[in-house]
Design a protein around this ligand. Structure first.
Ligand code: TXA
Ligand code: MG
Length: 328
């Protein structure tokens, strides 16, 4: 599907497309989303088909403001309002008890719902023009790297999407932080740009990290072990081990993603370097993984980034992108 520049006119067309059950890919601050009318079950089913995503994986509903949350959720705790006041619009999705009139297609059959107000002018413009909730998973095939540019969406989904709104590259680059507020004990379900410490300091409460997230196993798709993966086998590698790997495998076509200073190129392959700054690194991570993946090399070595909290979302995504290779 062709990509159109996001302008007031094309955003209006996109909203009309959503109203008739169409699928519109649009930029958010985190990654591009594949949007559909969150009240239209047929349109929602098209999302699952387009992504090859199982229907029991719940979608995030995007809203223009926190004021709309009460149409989608019930028993909203005061902690949600505190977070909204402090952060919104923001790369933060809140899990709440769903409103009885919300269709369970969007929640994957669950009694809870994920809601967020994206911090991107095109996403907010589309939400305003549409006037309702837009369900939008990342606009990639299931278990693949999320798109951070309109072109990535086209490569991932092609004709499966009715319209792709181009709003440039996403400035956060990794998916939103997901916080579960549905149980009374705030629980982090997905690491993102907004960290556990930031949430705790705004809430004045402890935020739990389930073992499942620590170990990156199942509950949400974001916690699935094989997720965000390039098609080339990818492997995390400490800085000093990279030259050894190259020397030991002179015939291998090797891609390297450095963190900080670039290492020397392998005999065959390519080296890409990202700055050792977690904000800039996250912005470019998925695009660089895609670039290396497109070279159809034998392996991608990802230099292990620092392990501090500001790198946690990145390390989480990298652990998943390299999981296959570590297992086998
Ligand atoms: O940054 C983002 O959140 C992007 C942009 C497009 O907004 N969207 C995104 O959506 O990452 P998706 O579908 O790729 O990931 C949504 C995650 C999934 O892991 C899903 O399982 C989880 O949110 N989720 C949604 N509703 C949930 C619920 N009721 N309970 C637990 N997890 C839920
Ligand atoms: Mg996703």
């Amino acid at each position: 599907m062709s990509i159109v520049n996001a302008t007031p006119d094309t955003i209006k067309n996109a909203a009309a497309c959503l109203k008739t059950g169409g699928l519109v890919a649009f930029p958010t601050e985190t990654v591009y989303g594949l949007g559909a009318d969150a009240h239209n079950s047929e349109a929602l089913k098209r999302i699952f088909t387009a992504k090859n995503r199982p229907q029991d994986h719940p979608l995030i509903v995007h809203l223009a403001s926190f004021a709309q949350f009460e149409q989608w959720a019930q028993d909203i705790p005061s902690s949600a309002a505190v977070l909204a006041q402090h952060f919104f619009p923001a790369p933060l999705a809140l899990i709440l008890k769903k409103h009885p009139r919300v269709n369970t297609t969007v929640t994957g059959g669950q009694e809870t719902i994920a809601l967020r107000v994206p911090n991107h002018p095109v996403a907010l413009g589309l939400l305003e023009a549409f006037g309702g909730g837009i369900a939008a998973p990342s606009a990639n095939r299931f278990c693949r790297i999320s798109p951070t540019q309109a072109l990535h969406v086209q490569q991932e989904l092609g004709e499966r999407v009715d319209m792709i709104l181009d709003g440039g590259a996403c400035h956060i680059g990794v998916e939103s932080t997901i916080l579960d507020l549905s149980t009374g004990l705030p629980m982090l379900l997905r690491y993102g740009h907004i960290t556990q410490s930031e949430l705790e300091s705004v809430l004045g409460l402890n935020v739990l990290i389930p073992d499942a997230l620590r170990k990156s196993t199942v509950k949400t798709a974001g916690m699935m072990r094989i997720h965000y993966a390039p098609t080339t086998p990818a492997m995390l590698c400490e800085h000093d081990a990279i030259p050894h790997f190259m020397q030991a495998n002179p015939q291998m076509r090797i891609g390297v993603l450095c963190c900080g200073e670039a290492l020397d190129s392998p005999q065959h392959g390519s080296v890409i370097s990202l700055p050792a700054n977690p904000v800039i690194y996250a912005q470019h991570l998925y695009a660089k993984l895609r670039e290396l993946d497109a070279l159809k090399l034998d392996v991608i070595l990802v230099q292990t980034p620092p392990q501090t909290e500001d790198w946690r979302a990145i390390n989480d995504r990298l652990a998943k992108a390299t999981h296959n290779f570590r297992e086998h």
